[in-house]
Write a protein of this length. Structure first.
Length: 181
């Protein structure tokens, strides 16, 4: 009964998408799993404009949580062109898909658009949380998943909306994220 109460308590907690909320989640997950995670004291890093956080093809060692600032992710082509894969701001995560497979390398490049402060979560912590316990994994994935429904809506727009409509929506989205002022 005590174990079920502990499990229910953990599952029903709400963790905010802030550095305090993320660290609180790791603390609670450690207690719930009865296992210390590799790095209890995660420190934030500051990046300047146009500074690269990670590059496509490099070994993936961290999941990044954006505390402040804006980050663009993109993939490069053989011709040297860039295809933007995402624009992220405070409360978003980048790099999570790179940690789940593909040989352990980053699938894209992440570059700072506007001064950013990010919290690096080691791959070992990420892997422990995702593979140790189903409930912990579900809770963690709920926290780190960026709005997939929003992404699906964007894909539908790309496929079926006019150029003018797509451009207007893109400008509105950039304004909402604080990238376009």
């Amino acid at each position: 009964i005590a174990m079920r109460l502990k499990k229910s308590s953990f599952i029903h907690q709400h963790f905010s998408k802030t550095p305090v909320g993320i660290n609180h989640f790791f603390k609670e997950a450690s207690e719930y799993l009865g296992k210390e995670l590799t790095s209890q004291d995660r420190e934030s890093q500051s990046f300047r404009d146009r500074e690269v956080i990670y590059r496509e093809g490099n070994a993936a060692h961290f999941l990044y949580f954006i505390e402040e600032g804006n980050i663009k992710t993109y993939r490069g082509t053989e011709e040297g062109k860039e295809m933007i894969t995402g624009l992220y701001g405070p409360g978003d995560f980048v790099g999570q898909l790179s940690l789940l497979g593909n040989g352990g390398t980053y699938l894209e490049t992440a570059i700072v658009m506007e001064h950013a402060t990010v919290l690096g979560i080691p791959k070992e912590d990420f892997i422990h949380l995702v593979y140790q316990d189903k409930e912990v994994a579900n809770k963690f994935l709920e926290i780190i998943s960026n709005n997939m429904a929003h992404l699906q809506g964007r894909l539908l727009d790309i496929a079926y909306s006019s150029v003018d409509r797509r451009a207007a929506k893109a400008l509105l989205e950039l304004h909402e994220k604080g990238i376009l002022k």
